[in-house]
Ligand binder design. Sequence first.
Ligand SMILES: [Zn+2]
Length: 423
Amino acid sequence: MESTVTIPLLKDHHSHPLFYSAFNHAISLNAVKTKQAAEQILSQSFEHQNGGLTVAHGWRSNRYHWTQAEMELMPPLAVFNVSLHSLLINRGGMDYLRLKYGDTVNQIADPVWYENNLRVVLNWFANLYASRENLTQFFAQLKEIGIHYLEEMLLVDENEIKIFEDCNLLNRTRFWSAPDIFQSLSPQAKTQVHGLKLFTDGAIGSESAALHRPFLTGKKTNRGMLIYTDPELTKTIEHCLETEKSLAIHAIGDRAIEQTLSSLMHLKPRLVRAPEIRIEHAQLITEEQASVAIDLGIKLCMQPNFSSDSSNYADRLDHAYCLGNNPFRMLIDKIGYTPGENLLLGSDGMPHGIESAAQHSFFPEIPSQQISISEFIAAYCLDDFSQGSIRLKIDESIKTVGYDILPPQQQQSDSPGTIENNS
Ligand SMILES: [Zn+2]
């Protein structure tokens, strides 16, 4: 049976628009399944680049891999893992970056340095290609895939605010920034920043999410990595609270979530200084952690498209983690998290757009990951149809979602989420 439902355009609560707009002309390996297919796409780019740097993103390490020796046989190349938390780069690629960013680039191949300096590296790439043209074009493309608004979780520098301003896009985003970038901003720019953003661990794709039980790969001893020691994290959060800005804390693994919550616990009386505190991703949050988080008034900002990590990364996550990934039903039904209030949804750009968001929300692999249409609208959509709408065609029998984007003038008079059954 196919049904149609019209919903407002998306409000993506977690992305990196300047970074992704800089990648407008980069190679996307998101849909690529084999090494052979990836190499074919790359070789086309090498011809165009004429010795310049080829940048690719969306590489999925569960599907294929290049050794460093293989990387060295190719022209200057940088390949981001789909999670962005790991990077393959060859000597030619490093030489290219070194021209602009100096000898710090030499450390890029060290995975621990990379994870600790992820933001710095992403900013390098954003600054290589960011422009007003690219940003304008990127936001036009977002509209075609159903996104009107998306939050910038990693402000690159003060100039980024200027670029958004010049492109007339300030009303389609809000900025979060790392504490050191925030300190570097002018008083005026500081008022334009909504909140501060911290990382406490890496990601599952790069096997750097901080877990209690180890990854299944290799010697089965790797439990991922924490960016901070316990006292460091508490101190860092304490400094953030002094700015009286909101706070977003990246924590994917249960060990990182545990550490984050215990730091927040320590600072409990002072948490009211932040207008809002969010945990970003929270993929492996346990029931116990969720009840601590909700009692502390912590919002969760999660990504339905990461529900498929349960099968994509079954090679590295133990079965209980796969089953417990993105436990939306537990959070909403048992703990009392309310979509749109303290449970927000976004994409992290992996990938952007309604298609992946709807597919993973309505037809996840694991029943506990399911989100209803009304919950989806509350947590992932604009409040009204003023910017346009998305007509979803949901086919329950083959579990697929199709869509059309409708401009504002064709908006429905129905309230958001009215379902019409077609057949
Ligand atoms: Zn992110």
